[in-house]
Design a protein around this ligand. Structure first.
Ligand SMILES: [Zn+2]
Ligand SMILES: [Zn+2]
Length: 275
């Protein structure tokens, strides 16, 4: 009995359509799955419909990019309800910032002679992904991955770094809407476990409820250390594949095999019960 609570779709940087993903989840026999696209909820309604059609348990999620001091950290928000004003306004602001960034990126490219129409955001995907797809459609990039090297790679010369919300605002908006927050892939290359524990403490003080202990970004040893830390700090744990359908180099195209007790715990955290 396993779950996968961290999966990306075509609404961000993955090749999973909602239908193909739901069919894969059914084939793998997962008890529950979550879509957690970067900074957008554009694929959630459609994935929810596909999940219902196949009788699957689906969790609505978003992976927020935040700035913690000089670090970019990713916070997963589960069950967030957009009828809660602060969450809706936060998502609206993030989208505006990303549209501005994509527009500026397109302007920089045109200034360098790339023949690209003006960027007009349609709202069906992450703005940077929409711009990347338009590069493929116009023949300026052969594949989406090539387009990402121009639009999303900080070293491309065209990349525009969007300003990011602070974690406290994101964590509060998620919880206020009845959702659960979890720090995605907490282990960073080059950071000691002590530094990571300090970051987690700072986020917990802001209301963080869980950490992603199960992730292919770190090995079994990392999982053990994070499970131990979660136990000490009375934090919940989440887990998932961070699956992009093999789109990003070195990333898995397999769904995760996370114990389904993690999903049950997520429900308890949503309901305000201890981890
Ligand atoms: Zn991430
Ligand atoms: Zn992710």
């Amino acid at each position: 009995m396993s779950v996968d609570l961290h999966i990306h779709t075509v609404a961000s940087d993955s090749l999973w359509t909602p239908r193909a993903l739901a069919e894969e989840v059914a084939k793998e026999g997962l008890t529950a799955f979550a879509v957690t696209d970067h900074d957008t909820d554009a694929a959630l309604d459609e994935t929810e419909e596909e999940a219902e059609r196949l009788g699957l348990t689906f969790v609505r999620g978003i992976e927020f990019s935040c700035r913690l001091r000089n670090l970019e950290v990713h916070i997963l928000g589960y069950f967030g309800d957009r009828s809660y004003g602060p969450l809706d306004r936060l998502l609206g602001r993030i989208e505006r910032l990303l549209v501005e960034g994509a527009t500026e990126c397109a302007t920089r490219m045109r200034a360098e002679g790339v023949s690209l129409p003006e960027f007009k955001f349609e709202g069906k995907q992450h703005p940077y992904v929409e711009l990347s797809r338009s590069l493929v459609d116009s023949g300026e990039a052969k594949t989406l991955e090539d387009a990402f090297r121009i639009v999303i790679d900080p070293g491309s010369g065209f990349f525009v770094r969007p300003s990011r919300p602070v974690p406290a605002e994101v964590i509060e908006a998620i919880r206020g809407s009845g959702g659960v927050s979890s720090l995605a892939h907490p282990i960073r290359r080059g950071a000691s476990m002590r530094e990571i524990a300090e970051e987690i403490s700072a986020l917990q003080e802001m209301g963080l409820q869980a950490i992603e202990a199960y992730s292919p970004h770190h090995g079994d040893e990392g999982t053990r250390a994070l499970l131990e830390l979660a136990r000490e700090r009375k934090l919940g744990v989440t887990g998932g594949s961070d699956n992009h359908k093999g789109l990003l180099r070195g990333r898995t195209d397999k769904l995760a095999d996370v114990p389904d007790a993690v999903y049950k715990q997520l429900l308890r955290l949503r309901d305000g019960l201890p981890a």
